[in-house]
Design a protein. Structure first.
Length: 518
């Protein structure tokens, strides 16, 4: 009877905004607080327990709701909820494990590119080997948009948690299998063929990894700290990339050239499997994203999202915007953790110890700088932080590369650290800006699509195109031109983006011409 009276109080309230109080009374009745029927006047309630509940709801939630908020039409369960900080920390750690494994693979590939070229892509010309190795490195990135759509659609349909678990096991298995591929001397042309196939599988799974992890953390986070909390996932990417580079470089130092070509290069790839199993264990113990779970319960999950990618012009505009936003992030990260260590080792023939020191400096700056930039964007906004960062790239990129190419440890450390500080800006804010760009029903699918296009076109090809630029222009500073071009693209995109830092995540239904179709 109490529950029925409370429900009638909601339905007959003469004030439009009383649904909020009605839902509070409904929750009160379910918890057994008070023994009398709820009043039909949602505002004239004298119960001390009711007033206390209202105060708790106002002070413990992310932000007050208003009639203009798109989530105000959804059930009370979807509205801002109390923040469980211990649970949020577990979510961040679980999401970060897969991202660590993903970028660990890219790190070891970059560090071992020379050996891989000798074992898998045999050629009399060292330049041809480098180009072949980088071409395969880049090839996986063209599979990422397809993987982003596939993984994103799963994540937007069956849930974030289960899809993230599937992604990490496929990704780590493909990486470990690369370490088992025999050399060209043993199986001929099948060696590069198998390597390419595994890289494609790896690219498909990796295409959904970081987008899903960011969505998962963002949907658990309070509005005022989304940039900070999601930036920890990107810090894990920097740590994974550095760990891969460090592992590969240390093996190159400790083992002879013959040992490296025989078995040494395989070890870092094989280590990816136990790392993936640890990540799988952690992710399976997490709770599903509350935002996704609430949307799923309302039955407003989007159908026809993939078809809209092909025919909906509004979707095309947002995807194009997300590609522009992600360009500088993609180019900067791969320049730091793939191109620079390889350039110092192979092109400048610097000692391995110097390469390790430089890479460690890069990672240290990123690990500290990325969360700082995420927090700054929470306060000052994504758009403003983007524009300031792009201006910094336009002014300082060329001096940074000049310092890196001086063949002096102090100069290389200073140039790399300064460049890493610049890269920390887009690294700290790009992913949360993309997650905020799309509503929950299609967030993973569309975010992953735009981000992976920027990765495939601009990021994964960065080592290859930078090598070609340096060779064509006859200068070691050619890569600086590439990075500056990426900064210009992202600056233009930032001018067109809408500020979303201080708004709740959009969970409103997404109408489209394809609604209701499979």
């Amino acid at each position: 009877m109490v529950l029925a009276n409370s429900t009638r109080a909601q339905n007959h309230s003469p004030v439009a905004g009383q649904s909020h109080f009605g839902s509070g009374l409904d929750l009160l009745a379910r918890r057994g607080v008070g023994n009398k029927p709820a009043s039909h006047s949602g505002t004239n309630v004298s119960s001390d327990g009711t007033q206390q509940l209202r105060r708790q709801r106002r002070t413990r939630t992310e932000a007050p709701m208003s009639q203009s908020d798109p989530r105000s039409t959804l059930p009370d369960a979807q509205r801002p909820r109390p923040v469980d900080r211990a649970g949020l920390h577990r979510v961040i750690f679980g999401a970060s494990t897969g991202t660590f494994v993903e970028w660990y693979d890219y790190g070891i590939y970059g560090a071992l590119a020379g050996t891989i070229g000798q074992v898998i892509f045999t050629s009399e010309s060292s330049t041809a080997r480098w180009l072949a190795t980088f071409a395969v490195f880049s090839l996986a990135f063209f599979a990422r948009p397809v993987g982003g759509i596939l993984c994103g659609r799963l994540g937007d349909t069956i849930g974030r948690k289960r899809t993230l678990a599937l992604v990490i096991i496929v990704m780590s298995t493909a990486t470990a299998a690369m370490g088992l591929v025999p050399g060209t001397a043993s199986i001929g042309i099948m060696a590069p063929v198998l390597f390419v196939v595994l890289r494609l599988i790896q690219g498909l799974s990796a295409g959904g990894e970081i987008a899903g992890a960011i969505c998962f953390v963002a949907e658990h986070s309070p509005t005022s700290r989304r940039g900070r909390y999601t930036s920890y996932v990107n810090s894990a990417a920097a740590a994974g990339g550095f760990s891969g580079v460090l592992f590969g470089t240390v093996l190159n130092v400790l083992l002879s050239s013959e040992s490296m070509q025989s078995w040494g290069w395989r070890v870092p790839f094989l280590v990816a499997l136990p790392l993936g199993l640890v990540g799988l264990y952690v992710r399976m113990r997490l709770e599903e994203s509350p935002v996704f779970a609430d949307v799923a319960r309302t039955g407003v999950l989007r159908k026809g999202a993939v078809r809209s990618l092909l025919i909906d012009r509004q979707v095309h505009r947002k995807i194009a915007l997300s590609v522009g936003i992600g360009t500088l992030n993609s180019v900067g990260f791969y320049t730091l953790l793939a191109y620079v260590p390889l350039y110092l080792t192979e092109m400048l023939s610097l000692p391995r110890s110097m390469v390790i020191a430089t890479t460690a400096a890069i990672t240290a700056v990123l690990l500290v700088g990325i969360p700082v930039m995420g927090s700054i964007s929470d306060r000052f906004g994504r758009r403003r932080t983007f524009l300031v960062g792009c201006a910094g790239f336009l002014v300082l990129t060329y001096p940074c590369f000049w310092l890196i190419t001086q063949k002096h440890l102090a100069a290389a450390l200073l140039g790399a650290a300064l460049l890493a500080l610049l890269v920390a800006i887009p690294q700290g804010i790009t992913h949360i800006a993309l997650a905020e760009l799309f509503p929950t029903q299609v967030r993973w699918t569309y975010y992953a699509t735009g981000y992976n296009i920027s990765i495939g076109v601009f990021g994964g090809t960065a080592p290859l195109l930078m090598t070609l630029l340096s060779t064509t222009l006859g200068t070691s500073l050619g890569p600086a031109i590439y990075v500056i071009g990426a900064a210009v693209i992202t600056a233009v995109a930032a001018l067109y983006m809408r500020e979303t830092a201080h708004e709740p995540l959009n969970t409103a239904a997404v109408p489209s011409p394809t609604e209701g179709r499979p």
